[in-house]
Design a protein around this ligand. Structure first.
Ligand code: NAG
Ligand code: NAG
Ligand code: NAG
Ligand code: NAG
Ligand code: NAG
Length: 485
């Protein structure tokens, strides 16, 4: 029997039931706190069969200095907060609070019988470009700092770690910075103790990519990396090879064009070998540069076609991943379309050949210009609702020309915010973050809502202030999912 919390309410499941994975939602740990483990890596502890998720711990108003947090799980969906695995130390030459401790990965070393943590170690201006190394006898830590070094004398920025499941060999994967002499990604093998890197296996030359991870199938290796657009997402690419030494294929984009990998950046991936199926999971970060600590996670199945030598990140609003069987089951929901919604104030229905039934709801500004979806069937329990929207702000880079894919020097608007009210209950207004898409690109954003039992629910969406303007994104439809039990 397991227990978990939804909005502070302890729910006891009658049997071991894995929670669903809802990419882009506010993920809560078993204490109800936001899961705070950014740019992380997940390590399967062979001893216990439990997954441990290590990531950057970020608090409001502070980008760096939180150290490395760790969470544990049996199902990759229910996460228990295990505290801080590597804490910053005041005055320390490499892990003081003002230093950068990013993209941590943990691997078990048979030879030392310890867990080894590796990360991108740097000063606040990215002037060192080193790799940090810490050890612990317990997977959850606390980890003891050992050293920060330049791998084979080279620079190292975004850090990844990959272990070949066939022979257990571990590899470091790292971009060597933004300078003209760098802009490569290295794949380098570790020594037998995993206490240092010893041999460059391949260099992805001059592609100028970052956030690397490798996923291994029975016959292929796919190396996923993102372009360099700071905290704004872009089209993640993959390379394929039969051997880590190469030859590696041309890079190719892994998600539908213009979705910017469903608003995420690569960083880690997991192979889940179940009793029925081997599944592959993409573990991406949905960075929120306006409030980094609120950044979300986009974890999605990878569909690999060995014959076509292709790999795709596949979107599901809500899915059930069974880590025992390896099966991924998308959950089916009920759609409610914009054409049937009521518009109030300045909100209106506009022709949109890319929208459902040729219509999109727009002009959703403030409290009076809202749209209401009616006759929604509810179950009387918390339910996931996905809001399919379009946000055409084109995610400008402020005054940095060339940063935005579609315009120079656009506005700094990462996301719009909408208010969501169920059955007119103003006491409980939810905030829906709607990140930038492109024109004609419809993506979805989830919220957990309490709908009453029956067919008479209404959901009203208005616009909220996002630091720039009071305006919600355009809406196409809602999809209401059944409750989890
Ligand atoms: C970071 O390190 C580089 C190289 O040593 C140095 O030039 C730079 O001043 C350092 N930045 C800070 C904030 O100390
Ligand atoms: C270090 O990086 C530079 C630039 O990528 C490369 O020319 C050099 O061979 C690298 N050194 C080693 C030991 O890998
Ligand atoms: C919307 O309503 C909230 C609370 O009712 C209020 O604080 C806010 O100023 C209103 N916004 C607009 C744009 O009217
Ligand atoms: C949903 O119900 C729970 C209690 O069952 C409550 O804590 C939570 O605030 C409610 N959420 C909304 C959006 O009404
Ligand atoms: C459905 O909701 C409306 C508006 O909240 C209310 O006026 C009506 O009585 C409700 N009908 C039923 C059958 O509950």
């Amino acid at each position: 029997m397991i227990g978990f919390r939804i909005f502070g309410l302890v729910v006891l499941a009658v049997s071991v039931h894995a929670k669903w994975i809802v990419p882009g939602a506010r993920w809560r740990d078993t204490d109800g706190g936001l899961v705070n483990a950014h740019a992380g890596g997940v390590t399967l502890d062979q001893a216990t069969g439990r997954f441990f998720w290590f990531g950057e711990y970020k608090v409001e108003g502070q980008e760096e200095g939180g150290g490395i947090s760790v969470y544990s799980s049996d199902d990759l969906a229910t996460w228990k907060n295990e505290g801080i695995a590597l804490a910053p130390i005041e005055g320390h030459p490499f892990i003081a609070p003002e230093h950068i401790i990013q993209r941590p990965k943990v691997v078990y070393s048979k030879n030392t019988n310890k867990y080894h943590m590796w990360w991108h170690a740097d000063n606040s201006t990215y002037g060192w470009l080193l790799q940090g190394f810490a050890q612990s006898e317990n997977i959850a830590g606390p980890y003891k700092f050992i050293d920060a070094t330049a791998p084979l004398g080279n620079w190292s920025q975004d850090f990844g770690l990959f272990t070949d499941y066939k022979d257990g060999q571990a590899y470091g994967l790292y971009s060597n910075g933004d300078r003209k002499e760098g802009r490569d990604v290295y794949l380098t093998s570790y020594n037998d103790d995993i206490t240092g890197l010893d041999k460059v296996i391949h260099r992805f030359d001059k592609y100028d990519l970052e956030a690397p991870t490798i996923i291994q199938t029975e016959t292929s290796y796919f190396a996923l990396m993102s372009h360099k657009t700071g905290y704004r997402p872009n089209n993640v690419v993959a390379f394929r090879a039969n051997s880590l030494k190469g030859p590696w294929s041309q890079p190719f984009i892994v998600s539908p064009l213009n979705t910017r990998t469903f608003n995420s950046q690569s960083g880690f991936s997991l192979r889940i070998k179940g009793t029925k199926k081997t599944s592959y999971l993409y573990l991406g970060d949905s960075w929120d540069s306006n409030s980094l600590w609120e950044s979300r996670y986009i974890w999605l199945p990878l569909e690999i076609d060995e014959e076509k030598k292709s790999l795709r990140v596949v979107w599901h609003d809500v899915y059930d991943l069974d880590v025992k069987t390896g099966e991924v089951k998308p959950i089916k929901g009920q759609a409610y379309y914009g054409k049937d919604a009521t518009v109030n104030g300045d909100a209106f229905k506009q022709e949109a050949n890319f929208g459902s039934h040729g219509v999109i709801l727009t002009g959703i500004t403030g409290n009076d210009s809202t749209v209401t979806f009616s006759n929604i069937k509810g179950a009387g329990k918390p339910q996931w609702v996905s809001f399919y929207y379009q946000n055409t702000d084109d995610m400008g880079f402020g005054d940095q020309p060339g940063g935005s894919p579609d315009r120079f020097g656009g506005k700094w608007q990462l996301r719009r915010i909408s208010s969501v009210t169920v059955n007119g209950n103003k006491e409980n207004v939810e905030t829906l973050y709607q990140r930038d898409t492109h024109k004609g690109i419809i993506l979805s954003a989830p919220l957990l809502l309490n709908l009453t039992k029956g067919f008479n629910n209404t959901i009203t969406v208005g616009g909220l202030w996002n630091g720039w303007e009071t305006k919600g994104a355009d809406l196409d439809r809602l999809v209401v999912y059944p409750p989890e039990e």
